[in-house]
Design a protein around this ligand. Sequence first.
Ligand code: AMP
Ligand code: TRP
Length: 333
Amino acid sequence: MKKIISGLQATDSLTLGNYIGSIKSLVELQNENNLYVFIADLHSITVPIDPKDLEKNRKSIVCLYKACGLDFKKSKIFYQSSIIEHSHLAYILMCHSNLGELNRMNQFKSKSLKQSNKTETIPTGLLIYPCLMAADILLYDADIVPVGSDQKQHIELTRILADRFNKKYKSKIFKIPEFYPPKIGGRIMDLLDPTVKMSKSSENKKGTIFLLDKIEDIRKKIMGSKTDSLNKVNFDIENQPGVANLLTIYSSLSGLSIKEIEKKYINKNYGDLKKDLAEIVCKVVEDIQKKYNDAKNNKNLDKELKLNSSVCKKEAHNKIKEIHKILGLEYEY
Ligand code: AMP
Ligand code: TRP
């Protein structure tokens, strides 16, 4: 049994990329492992966000977690901000990181460009984002971290920070976690521009499927997705990125291998592929939406979150006490 931790930001509504790249693997892993899943609401304030939107998004993610099949009794599900030890450890790790390594993070570079074109006004929260993420992971001695491939660099930095701290203080306080991408679908691409990641914040929403989109809109987005003029259902990321992306989604949601799908469409065209894929995606999303509406009316969810939170808080608090001792900050409180 492994200890697993992962989180999703509450910046906007969740996408099919979030589902395939993260939530789906978490649901599959929860039976055999000790799973911690949180709503990364502190990460959401690294970019400007209206408090009303944040409040709405974080509640909606709880319901979506439930709707996607996470079991609140089996797994520990909680709000990151409800356990202040996360931000406390983030501060300690920040003091063990350096500007160069934080500056090199791809996500920092792309997100800061979106926020500002002047170094002077880039939000500091974006720079220190990976230290908070490392704290989320190291606080609970996680063995593996299931995330999409965009987060690989952050996990690598987490490993470096943990190892640096252990060596500096000659301790084994931090477990070195492993990056754990999904078997398929670690990077679902935008439907209109298959060279960029499907993202919550894309300008053209027609390239992104949101889990709470109207079913008919999802069908339209898939039918309108960008392919190419070869009209051959073939998995070739370099020359046919749009079709490769559709095949990846198809494979992840149907359980068929890419080879099996290619064979199925050997004498068919992209229209056939899109129609069938739309059917598969709509069925999955429709089921999630039905359960989402039930979850919204479930009065027990809040109680379950609080219970989970108090268990995790105890664990996090004990870990911080040990860290304080190592740093010479021991004090009974
Ligand atoms: P975020 O939306 O940035 O909070 O991401 C939450 C989780 O979803 C992380 O594990 C990401 O790696 C994953 N994720 C986000 N977008 C995609 C995507 N387009 N394809 C695969 N995984 C994704
Ligand atoms: N940074 C992650 C993302 O955007 C979300 C996240 C925050 C996370 N803390 C984490 C994921 C800890 C895994 C473990 O996708």
